[in-house]
Write a protein that binds this ligand. Structure first.
Ligand code: XMP
Length: 506
């Protein structure tokens, strides 16, 4: 197990993902909450930070429990922190670097740089520089602008690097992490999907015994993988509920329900479309729509859960990014991200919560899903928001608007599949705009709806850019939509990035 101490860098989660990609397990802790018992950890990585070490309110944790006892890799802020407090000097300098730099390794006999090519590209992002190393430190590498790009503290397995090995643009970053974790710290690369499945199934069996578990399936990757894992552990005692809120994609409810049944899951499909539409009647504010949908879901789910006698557990598909306590950038205080999946349903459910995926990143969930034999198409599905098409119909919702959007969305998504573009896109969908525009069809003047198409690439939804879809594809899709979907006479393509726009329009 590897401990990653978070100083608030935007890249901390990326460090964890890279480590996990090496099949090594790791956990992120805020710098202010270093675990008291370190016996389970074999190595420590100190993250970067938006702070300057010279700032009064910068993170200044006591590392005496760790230094000299466990191998340390200090990244960026971590490297400056060690330098600043142990006899070196950190200052704002004219040689600050952002972006690409090339690493010149001085001590290439060092294990840390084994199998790393000379002049390897590394990613820099710092405004302070280490201008003097601590007394007992040896310089390991430089770049053209930064003398102390890497150093080691003599007599300890403590390494410090100014660049970010976790970033994709650091070409040999993964090799460096592997050198540190495997060759220096001796961690084992045993964190594989197969090992996770075996371990988790055993743990679930042990924890749940003969008790019953209820789980809400959404058609998404997380809840599906959670369900299959639990099913493997406790079989028929897992009761799945799949609610149709009437705001899913065209035919989605029927086809996904069918797939679930084929997978052997004990699943009940509940069509509550009318109840949701009713709750949404007259609402046009996005947050009010979200609230109405959330509350209705809880009511429907609760009614269904009551049909099952003697349930003890509520299972959820919560994943690691929803759980990690992140360090607040605005001050030394520690905040916990609030998220719709964390905390679960309200108290009245009175069920114990089980979350078999709470330590996994999204890509790991997919790998586990693959290991469990879940259909590739299901695992590769784009993310889809819980409130569904309700937040892609701007303004108030009617059954007719849902029908129109379902048709448009279906043509767009099916088109992406047919043109082999689906897997190149992170998320895609159509938005029904609350305006009408003039058109002409045959000899008739029309005055009909406008739809926007949106397709983005992203890794986590936090930032995103629009996808440069082929003009020919857009042309064909637009034609098909206008010819086939009654009520639509204009199609536009959204070319906004996030930030400053968001992925959804509401
Ligand atoms: P935005 O629009 O904030 O979306 O750029 C980022 C990601 O979050 C999804 N999203 C939601 N998911 N409930 C959800 O479950 C919501 O209310 C919600 N709003 C946005 C969005 O689809 C995208 O993947």
């Amino acid at each position: 197990n590897v401990l990653i101490l978070d100083f608030g860098s935007q890249y901390t989660q990326l460090i964890a993902r890279r480590v996990r990609e090496l099949n090594i397990y790791c956990e992120i802790y805020p710098y202010s909450k270093i675990p008291e018992d370190l016996s389970g950890f074999k190595a420590v990585i100190l993250s970067g930070s938006p702070f300057s070490v010279r700032a009064e309110d910068a993170p200044h944790p006591d590392l005496s429990q760790i230094r000299g006892k466990l191998p340390i890799l200090a990244v960026c802020y971590g490297a400056q922190y060690l330098a600043h407090f142990f006899g070196g000097k950190v200052e704002p300098s004219d040689t600050r670097e952002y972006g690409r730099a090339n690493l010149s390794v001085i001590k290439d006999a060092e294990t840390l740089f084994e199998d790393i090519t000379e002049n390897s590209q590394v990613w820099m992002s710092h405004s302070d520089s280490i201008i003097k190393l601590p007394e007992n430190a040896v310089r390991l590498a430089s770049t053209s602008d930064v003398l102390n790009a890497a150093y080691r503290i003599e007599g300890e397995e403590t390494y410090a690097i100014q660049f970010h090995p976790e970033v994709y643009h650091s070409t040999d970053g993964k090799q460096l992490l592997e050198n540190f974790l495997v060759k220096i710290a001796g961690t084992k690369q045993t964190w594989t999907p197969g090992a996770f499945v075996d371990l988790t199934v055993d743990e679930l069996k042990e924890k749940i015994g003969d008790d019953k578990v209820v789980l809400g399936l959404s058609g998404g990757v997380d809840s599906t993988v959670a369900a299959v894992l639990l099913h493997k552990a406790i079989g028929k005692n897992l009761y799945c509920i799949f609610v149709n809120n009437g705001l899913l994609r065209k035919n989605e409810f029927e086809s996904v329900l069918d797939q679930y049944k084929h997978m052997g899951l004990n699943v009940k499909g509940v069509d509550a479309s009318a109840r949701f539409l009713d709750a949404l009647k007259g609402l046009s504010d996005p947050e009010e729509k979200r609230k109405a949908i959330g509350n209705t879901f809880i009511e429907v789910f609760d009614d269904e859960a009551h049909e099952i006698t003697d349930v003890t557990y509520l299972a959820q598909g919560t994943i690691y990014p929803d759980v990690i306590e992140s360090v607040s950038v605005n001050g030394p205080s520690v905040t916990i991200k609030s998220h719709h999946n964390v905390g679960g349903l309200p108290d009245f459910m009175k069920l114990k919560v089980v979350e078999p995926l709470r330590m996994l990143f999204k890509d790991e969930v997919r790998r586990v899903g693959k290991e469990l034999g879940i259909d590739k198409e299901l695992l590769g599905r784009h993310p889809f928001p819980g409130p569904g098409l309700a937040i892609r119909i701007l303004g108030d919702i009617t059954a007719e608007k849902v029908r129109i959007l379902q048709e448009v969305d279906h043509i767009f998504i099916q088109g992406l599949r047919d043109w082999m573009l689906y897997d190149k896109v992170w998320q895609a969908g159509a938005i029904l705009l609350p305006i009408q525009s003039v058109g002409v069809m045959g000899d008739e003047r029309t005055y009909e709806q406008v739809v926007a198409l949106r397709a983005v690439e992203s890794t986590d939804g936090m930032t995103a850019d629009w996808v440069n879809l082929p003009y020919e594809f857009l042309q064909k899709t637009s034609n098909t939509i206008i010819n086939r979907v009654k009520g639509v006479n204009r199609v536009v393509y959204d070319i906004s990035s996030k930030p400053p726009a968001t992925i959804e329009w509401e």
